[in-house]
Design a protein around this ligand. Sequence first.
Ligand code: FES
Length: 147
Amino acid sequence: MYSEKVIDHFSNPRNVGEIENPSGVGTVGNAKCGDIMRMYLDIDDNGIIQEAKFKTFGCGAAVATSSMATELVKGKTVEEALKVTNKAVMEALDGLPPVKVHCSLLAEEAIHAALWDYAEKHDLKIEGLQKPVNDISEHEEDIAEEY
Ligand code: FES
């Protein structure tokens, strides 16, 4: 039911932890399942993400998607990181079972929340970035329509 990549990133998650004095940090949760994800980003003066770390209190798919999301955003510009959607994270993991799709949305929204925090702290406007939500369960119906 889970791909080898999901199992690998769940059993051996990359980039777990915190960044001291991060450029941006964001926390999002899903009130329905109770899972919470926090994403830390270290972004240099050129707007390149040098480091990404996460802490996830959640299901295995949430851990695997956070792990993959941090891997995908590292080395990217802020604008490129914005394009790391939950779909991109799922594809990089060779898919997720339909009931676990919402877990990948937590990863996407956690990246957005950290980028939002970065933009606010640095008084920047990131084109295309919308104010993140604290509780992604509000979005679940939109996702259900997509998949
Ligand atoms: Fe809620 Fe996975 S079950 S994030």
